[in-house]
Design a protein around this ligand. Structure first.
Ligand code: NAD
Length: 499
């Protein structure tokens, strides 16, 4: 019988009473490996109710005790790293090394959140006026919901729930229905770490479940990561329902390659950042922009053989550079973009469309593809492909190169490769994206900085983790207090003025 993936409500597995469910594939073999229950209204209500019931006690305990649960959770992540990476890789299709990277990046946000006693401290001013003190407090916002994408099933739920619960909130996570097992396992481990039942719940589902969360009267804040059209939808709906919202969307990240760049390093980094995890990363480099014809020729000469020699294989094989895509539907969508690029007149320098792996003929594999002579007007350039396809858009000079990421609809990340400090500084200052790399291909900020793009890559004004994560998951209260006994006779009791 096909395994059923349950919800996790109030510290217990709930098999799911609705008639709706989704199929979870093993992307290596193309076979259905389990079914995931889709939550009904009753189950979403039960998860939110459990989070609401856990809130008074959890938010009232001191922050160092909440941090202790997170320290314990971090230890459990480390102790169970191998098992967690297997679960993740088997549903997502990324290699074991990439799966461990996914967990590690989430773990670092847990580490950051362990600092909550310091991070969520308020401010205090003694004698802001005569006999007047002023102080601020960062208080939990309440029950928070997180809706996450398929491509980082460990890191992104932890981006959200680690700072949220550290700040005293309780949480309902709705993971991607394509690879739901790892977020479920994280919730089990979180309870094992000592969190009371109800602090972290998991409900599975698709749009129907998301809509229930967006309109639920007991949810105070919604954090979303996924594609841009859905991010925009989530932002508009949840905020019109009075919720605090942060919604991260899709991306099209450029790497500008100056004539003085170290070409060996450029090619190594393009291979890792363009094709790693089958290109299913929101910080993948999707477009390489060599500046000048000579740079472009030099780049293509070195890049083509490297792309051709990428080893595409089963996700569990340590020899594989990358594994299958997440679903057949997504693989076909990526192939559709390759066909579109050809029709639009780009040069397909390496064609991965007909790749097939012996013994895994039904797996969702796709060979690596490389386009040259891509231009800004092409639809396949404007849209996010999210697969093992790198596009080369040649630019005659720095100005035209920097204009590409700056005028693109998406604005997650961009990188510049150069040995010249002036050029690097100019690029970092002027490029119109949220995260910039200088000789670094995937400039993902560490947990103690905040992650977020510009334009259609993010809706809402607070980013993930770092201090923005703490700000998002707390509401500020500022108190002005006056005690007349401390005031000398004849003192001015009016509000402080400039006099
Ligand atoms: P997706 O938008 O299809 O799904 C994300 C979440 O939304 C899932 O939980 C899904 O169940 C839910 N959902 C799907 N359709 C919905 C609908 N019509 N209404 C309401 N909810 C719906 O994204 P995905 O394919 O899982 O993930 C890949 C996308 O996520 C890419 O676009 C990638 O760039 C983006 N991403 C962005 C970041 C970032 O921080 N900017 C990080 C990772 C991934």
């Amino acid at each position: 019988m096909t395994k059923q993936i349950p919800h996790f409500i109030n510290g217990k597995h709930e098999p799911g009473a609705s008639a709706r469910s989704g199929e979870v594939f093993n992307p290596n073999t193309g076979q259905i490996q389990s079914k995931v229950a889709f939550a009904s209204k009753g189950e979403v209500d039960a998860a939110v109710k459990s989070a609401k019931s856990a809130l008074p006690e959890w938010s009232a305990i001191n922050p160092q005790r909440r941090a202790r649960v997170l320290f314990q959770f971090k230890r459990l992540l480390e102790d169970n790293m191998d098992e967690l990476a297997q679960i993740l890789s088997a549903e997502h299709g990324k290699t074991i090394a990439d799966s461990k990277g996914d967990i590690q990046r989430g773990l670092e946000v847990v580490e950051f959140a362990c600092g909550v006693p310091h991070l969520a401290k308020g401010e205090f001013t003694s004698s802001a006026g005569t006999g007047i003190d002023m102080y601020s407090m960062r208080l939990p916002v309440g029950v928070c919901a997180g809706i996450t994408p398929f491509n980082f099933p460990a890191m992104i739920p932890m981006w959200m729930f680690a700072p949220a619960v550290a700040c005293g909130n309780t949480f309902v996570c709705k993971p991607s229905e394509k690879d739901p097992s790892l977020p479920l396992r994280l919730a089990e481990l979180f309870i094992e770490a000592g969190a009371p039942p109800g602090v972290l719940n998991v409900v599975h589902g698709d749009k129907e479940c998301v809509d229930l969360l967006l309109s639920h009267p007991d949810i105070a804040a919604v954090s979303f990561v996924g594609s841009s059209s859905i991010a925009e939808y989530v932002y508009a709906n949840a905020s019109s329902n009075g919720k605090r919202v942060q919604a991260m969307g899709g991306a099209k990240n450029h790497m500008v390659i100056m004539p003085d760049a170290d070409m060996e390093r450029v090619v190594d980094d393009l291979i890792g950042s363009g094709y790693g995890s089958a290109g299913e990363r929101c910080m993948a480099i999707a477009v390489a922009v060599p500046v000048g014809e000579e740079t472009a020729e030099h780049l293509m000469e070195k890049l083509v053989p490297r792309v051709e020699s990428l080893r595409v294989g089963p996700s569990q094989d340590p020899q594989s550079d990358y594994g299958p895509l997440v679903t057949a539907q997504h693989r076909d969508k990526v192939k559709g973009y390759i066909n579109m690029g050809i029709e639009e007149g780009a040069t397909l320098a390496v064609d991965g469309r007909d790749f097939s792996l012996q013994g895994y003929e039904d797996g969702f594999f796709l060979g690596a593809s490389l386009f040259d002579n891509v231009t800004a007007g092409m639809q396949s350039y404007k849209e996010e492909i999210f697969g093992p396809v790198l596009q080369v858009a040649r630019a005659p000079n720095f100005e035209e190169a920097i204009a590409l990421p700056t005028t693109h609809d998406y604005g997650n990340g961009a990188a510049v490769y150069t040995r010249d400090g002036d050029t690097a500084r100019e690029f970092a200052a002027r490029v119109g994206v949220g995260m910039v790399g200088v000789n670094v291909p995937i400039p993902v900020p560490l947990a103690y900085y905040s992650f977020g793009g510009w334009k259609r890559s993010a809706f809402g004004d607070m980013n993930q983790h770092g201090m923005d994560g703490i700000r998002f998951y707390t509401k500020l209260k500022t108190v002005t207090s006056r005690w007349p006994s401390g005031v000398k006779e004849g003192s001015d009791f009016s509000i402080p003025t400039m006099k």
